[in-house]
Design a protein. Structure first.
Length: 165
């Protein structure tokens, strides 16, 4: 079967479509893929919403060195968004860079995203990772958030959250 083709039974009837017999319509189709087969049967594609799951949350806290969050199971999801909120920066020439790493089947972490270096300006940074997202990388089965802090007596207060769907 060609990509995008609708599956049909032996009689040519489209299967796995949603049709509301009570209203004689295809609900929530957004006008995509509605048609009539050679037997006069209406058919159409259905769009389903996916629930968003929170994978990890780090409450606002002060960090003075490199670190990482715990592993997150991302295999069941297509895309992930990670949001960072930096509220306090102290130290001489401080720098902070956030990363998202994918864990390979060899148990080695591979960087799939890095933020721009944060020096003296507080604020938020966000990234969407997955097919069709800002960073079109595969999530793999496991991912983690990581950060690198440098400078003289640096301290960054930040929080982050990771969600997926």
């Amino acid at each position: 079967m060609a990509f995008g083709a609708l599956p049909r039974d032996n009689g040519g009837i489209v299967i796995s479509s949603i049709y509301d017999l009570a209203t004689n319509t295809f609900p929530a189709l957004l006008g995509v893929g509605i048609g009539t087969d050679s037997f006069g049967n209406k058919y159409g594609s259905a769009a389903f919403a996916r629930a968003i799951s929170t994978l990890q949350t780090q409450a606002s806290a002060a960090f003075t060195g490199n670190g990482n969050g715990t592993d997150m199971t991302v295999g069941p999801y297509d895309e992930m968004s990670v949001d960072f909120n930096v509220t306090v920066i102290t130290g001489t020439s401080p720098t902070l860079t956030f990363f998202v790493d994918r864990k390979g089947s060899d148990n080695i972490y591979y960087q799939i995203w890095a933020s721009t270096q944060i020096t003296t300006v507080t604020g938020t940074t966000s990234i969407s990772i997955g097919p069709g997202c800002t960073k079109p990388e595969s999530l793999g089965a496991t991912a983690r958030v990581r950060w690198v802090i440098a400078g003289t007596s640096p301290s960054y207060t930040f929080s982050y959250s990771a969600q997926a769907k």
